[in-house]
Design a binder for this molecule. Structure first.
Ligand SMILES: *Cc1c(COP(=O)(O)O)cnc(C)c1O
Length: 361
């Protein structure tokens, strides 16, 4: 068996060690005579798995005690609607910074529930930069300010949390969570679907300052209420136990590898390799994002024409480099370099890029 290097944007590559452990434990978890996925979520075994995953994620991200950590279904997109329902009063305004595709999705999901105010929009510039903070027209009395920490499709990423004054900062960290140290206390709410950097699809993580859970929000069912999920340790209904377990193994692996400081180093080195390969190609490969906000996680890049792009996708797949085709919204190519992508994979990619240019440039 050979495992290829998988550059998929999500669901994405997982650490081989995690897959091997899951495989070894598949039929009999910890000697109980059943798979973890066959056990009750309220039994002692799964409760221990769930609690350990939360404790490990808290340790990995240095999450303060006054933040609740929720493990939920529905993906990041569902959180984009729920956060508006839970934290904005009917008719209240909320501020959104638009930096790419996922910012627009966040607005689309929230608009039925809040008066969306776009404080800055990078679309006119082709989403090649993040509009400077000094130009954001923040609203007094906004329920929250929403940003997309890393734009998975357009490849732009914030460097640190912007200061937004009094309103709590809400951030979609789906494609960059746990990729470097962040100061959680600068955010009111952080959410992420797990399938980019934390594990498998089917579970998302919400990290929310507890005092925000006291907000009334809008009329809604209990199952859509973050405070209810928090009060029941994310077991208001049957949680996605298999995904929670795999997320726990992935987080544990990240801790064992040296934590977010180590991944920040690795991710910076990996991204530098690819950007250098692009920038040194004399225009054969192009990435047009402003260098100061280039994503470390998702690198969109372009060849001179469609025929070469199709050829690159086919030949790279042959060479054991998977899923380098760009998102259909922007075309071209994209390399996603999440925590589980080893440096060797990125080295193989830049070697392939150089070889491809020699043959076709
Ligand atoms: C993938 C992604 C989403 C959507 O996640 P789902 O789990 O499919 O709902 C939202 N935001 C960002 C930044 C993403 O990368």
């Amino acid at each position: 068996m050979t495992r290829a290097y998988n550059f998929s944007a999500g669901p994405a590559t997982l650490p081989e060690a995690v897959l091997r452990q899951a495989q070894a434990e598949m039929l009999d978890w910890n000697g109980v005579g059943a798979s973890i996925v066959e056990l009750s979520h309220r039994g002692a075994e799964f409760m221990a798995v769930a609690a350990q995953a939360e404790a490990d994620l808290r340790a990995l991200m240095s999450i303060p005690d006054d933040y609740a950590v929720l493990f939920m279904q529905g993906g990041a997109t569902t959180q984009q609607a729920l956060l508006a329902l839970n934290f904005a009063a009917p008719g209240q305004r909320a501020d959104y910074v638009v930096t790419g595709h996922w910012s627009k999705t966040a607005i689309k999901q929230a608009r039925p529930y809040v008066d969306v105010h776009v404080v800055a929009d990078g679309e006119a510039g082709g989403f090649r930069d993040i509009p400077p903070r000094a130009q954001w027209a923040l609203s007094p009395g906004a329920a929250y300010v929403h940003i997309t920490a890393n734009e998975t499709i357009h490849g732009v990423e914030y460097r640190g949390a912007p200061d937004v004054g009094g309103a709590p900062l809400f951030a979609d960290f789906s494609s960059s969570i746990a990729s470097e140290p962040i100061d959680v206390s600068k955010y009111g709410l952080i959410y992420a679907g797990a399938q980019k950097n934390l594990g498998p699809v089917g579970i998302s993580v919400v990290i929310v300052r507890r005092e925000l859970l006291e907000r009334a929000g809008q009329p809604r069912a209990d199952i859509f209420t973050y405070a209810s999920h928090a009060a029941r340790d994310s077991m208001l209904n049957t949680p996605p136990t298999w995904n929670w377990y795999l997320l726990g193994l992935t987080v544990r692996w990240m801790l064992e590898q040296g934590g977010v400081e180590e991944f920040a180093r690795r991710n910076a080195a990996k991204a530098a390799l690819v950007y250098q390969a692009i920038d040194a190609s004399g225009g054969f490969y192009r990435n047009e994002v402003a260098p100061a906000v280039r994503s470390r996680m998702n690198i969109p890049f372009f060849l001179p024409d469609e025929a070469l792009t199709a050829r690159f996708v086919a030949e790279s797949r042959e060479a054991g480099l998977l899923a380098l085709k760009g998102h259909k919204a922007v075309g071209g190519l994209r390399a996603s370099l999440y925590n589980a992508m080893p440096l060797e994979g990125v080295q193989a990619l830049v070697d392939f890029m150089a070889d491809f240019q020699r043959r076709h440039g």
